[in-house]
Design a protein around this ligand. Structure first.
Ligand code: CP
Length: 326
């Protein structure tokens, strides 16, 4: 296993409220704000583990958060519900058939909700729908709970999980193996902002777009690098973490057979993890076990997939507290 954090972490510095109104994309945060969210998340996690709930316990008092989900969710929905309640707020979940743009325009849904709630957490299709919603209701806080292009809340939890394991993330290497999808893009953005080396092992036509690569290069801090490496064995060598995700995401079911063929050489199995050496194994879940990763890896000693799932809660609590807290 990779070298864990060895020194006692410095006592936490005071974290500040976020300057952004919305969290639509990881770069809505500055690198310092991203570090603040991770630090607050770790603090919230420690308190919760001790059965203490002082930090942020009334941050959302008298505030409602609406959850608008146009796609299925286990982790994101459950952890946002718990997060809001543990911060002293309340959630509403408008039914899907009235939610986003079929019964009435997206902008009208936003302008209605703006009169009742403080924030809306949205899982939808194109990122443009999220931007349209946020633009129509500038008093609301709008949070991206996954779009076709980005999954920034997942990236917060992933980086928190790595920070918990390694301490300082600057100079660490993460190899994402498989589809250069929304999870990969948000993770790469955050990792680059924190000075990590990001490697993407993807087949042709499934790598990041040139626009995403240009954005990643613009986000790079503290010596961060981005490299596309076609061969997954080369990509994982010496990495601190190997990450994969389903080859077929929600909405791509018609392509499933083709994708299984294209991505077969990118399966994360015991042989690939041996090549990686001491790397931890990460997956955002849900997984198609036996496709992108084998059971042996998912349930093996290097797997931290359920730590990632747990940390969705702590990362999102920190985000909401610093975005909305009074
Ligand atoms: N990782 C993730 O977003 O899980 P859900 O789809 O279950 O929310």
């Amino acid at each position: 296993m990779p070298t864990r954090a060895t020194r006692t972490p410095r006592s936490p510095r005071a974290v500040r409220s976020l300057r952004t109104q919305h969290f639509l994309s990881l770069p809505d945060l500055s690198p310092a704000e991203l570090a603040d969210v991770l630090q607050a998340g770790l603090q919230l996690k420690k308190e919760r583990a001790r059965g203490v709930r002082r930090y942020g316990a009334t941050a959302l008092a008298n505030q409602h958060v609406a959850l608008l989900f146009e796609k299925p969710s286990l982790r994101t929905r459950c952890t946002f519900e718990i997060a809001v309640r543990e911060l002293g707020g309340d959630v509403i979940a408008p039914p899907q058939d009235v939610a986003m743009g079929e019964r009435e325009p997206i902008a009208d849904v936003a302008r209605n909700l703006e009169r009742w709630v403080s924030a809306v957490v949205i899982r939808t299709f194109a990122q443009d729908r999220l931007v349209e919603f946020a633009t129509a209701a500038p008093r609301l806080h709008v949070v991206n709970a996954l779009t076709d292009e980005e999954h920034p809340c997942q990236a917060l939890a992933d980086l928190l999980t790595l920070a918990e394991l390694f301490g300082e993330l600057r100079g660490r290497t993460i190899a994402f193996v498989g589809d250069g999808n929304n999870v990969a893009a948000s993770l790469a953005q955050g990792a680059m902002m924190l000075g990590m080396h990001v490697r993407l092992a993807a087949p042709a036509d499934y790598e990041f777009t040139p626009q995403t690569v240009a954005q990643l290069e613009g986000l790079a801090r503290k010596g961060a690098t981005y490299t596309l490496i076609r061969d997954p064995r080369k990509a994982v060598q010496g990495a601190d973490a190997v990450y994969t995700d389903a080859w077929t995401s929600m909405g791509q079911e018609a392509e499933a057979q083709h994708r299984r063929k294209v991505f077969a050489p990118y399966q994360v199995n015991e042989a690939l993890m041996r090549t990686a050496g001491d790397a931890v194994f990460m997956h955002c879940l849900p997984a198609h076990r036996g496709e992108e990763a084998t059971d042996e890896v998912m349930d093996g000693p290097a797997s931290i997939i359920f730590d990632q799932a747990e940390n969705r809660l702590h990362a999102q609590k920190a985000l909401l507290m610093l975005l909305m807290g009074r």
